[in-house]
Write a protein that binds this ligand. Structure first.
Ligand code: ADP
Ligand code: MG
Length: 256
């Protein structure tokens, strides 16, 4: 895919009329309806919406954990349609770093070993992957906690380990699903600060959230409602639209 990488103006990822339907017995659930957008290298984008609006479905598609029912998803110019499970997991290992609300660390394993795991899957030799994992932990401010197990770390530190794990394989995109959802607000702000640092260092980040205050901090936000994009713009504007609607609903309730 060097031709795509060489063209700096080409989008990193592109969704074109993407729909995802689930069949539940006789019912069809339209989790995503004709979603189209592009993300360029170095962007930091929030996906915001209420519960059930399709955020996780969208993140799973972006992360090649799932494929569209309709429409095209191109990652670095490559259409993921028609790829089998092996090809998808290969693409995922090379291109995507996932960060989850619940950290998903191995409990009996040190921070360093957790971080180097993706590199084991890539077949990287021991000393090289140790070095790379060490550097990733230093980048997230955990240079002094490398040999601690998850239960010897705070929630914020655990999420930093998970971020280091996502970073250490140098993915093209970081995908985070409610990464501050299990953290107190101060720790959550620290983690958002870390994302901002990573963005400033050139990383491409897509972060799912249901909190307008988080979307407001992102340069760009895409708002989903009922599986459709209803707003795509600067984070502060998209967040203000959500608050504006809440105020309008409240005002209507008062005047009624
Ligand atoms: P969000 O992450 O914004 O809460 P989801 O993407 O999880 O939303 O879900 C969007 C819609 O799709 C919801 O109505 C949900 O119930 C439905 N859904 C999600 N995953 C599945 C599935 N595996 N099978 C059936 N329905 C699903
Ligand atoms: Mg979800």
């Amino acid at each position: 895919m060097t031709h795509a990488a060489a063209d700096a103006s080409a989008p990193l990822l592109e969704l074109d009329g993407v729909s995802r339907r689930y069949k539940m017995g006789s019912e069809i659930i339209h989790a995503l309806r004709e979603v189209s957008f592009k993300v360029h290298r170095g962007e930091y984008v929030a996906i915001i919406g209420t519960s059930g609006s399709g955020k996780s479905t969208l993140l799973n598609l972006l992360g090649c954990l799932d494929t569209p029912t309709e429409g095209a998803y191109r990652l670095r110019g490559r259409d993921v349609r028609g790829l089998d499970d092996d090809a998808l997991s290969d693409l995922r290992n090379r291109e995507i770093g996932f960060i989850f609300q619940t950290f998903q660390l191995l409990p009996r394993t040190t921070a360093l070993e957790n971080v180097e795991l993706p590199l084991v899957y890539r077949g990287m030799g021991r000393s090289k992957r140790r070095e790379q994992a060490r550097r990733a932990l230093e980048r997230v401010g955990l240079g002094k906690r490398m040999n601690h197990r998850p239960n010897e770390l705070s929630g914020g530190q655990r999420q930093r380990v998970a971020i280091a794990r996502a970073l250490c394989a140098e993915p093209t995109i970081l995908l985070a699903d409610e990464p501050t959802g299990n953290l107190d607000s101060t720790t959550g702000r620290d983690i958002l600060g870390l994302f901002e640092q990573l963005h400033a260092a050139g990383n491409t980040i897509i972060l799912v959230t249901h909190e307008p205050t988080i979307a407001a901090r992102c340069p760009r936000a895409i708002r989903l409602s009922d599986g459709q994009i209803v707003h795509d713009g600067p984070g502060a504007q998209v967040a203000a639209g959500i608050r504006g609607m809440a105020e309008a609903v409240a005002a209507e309730a008062v005047s009624a």
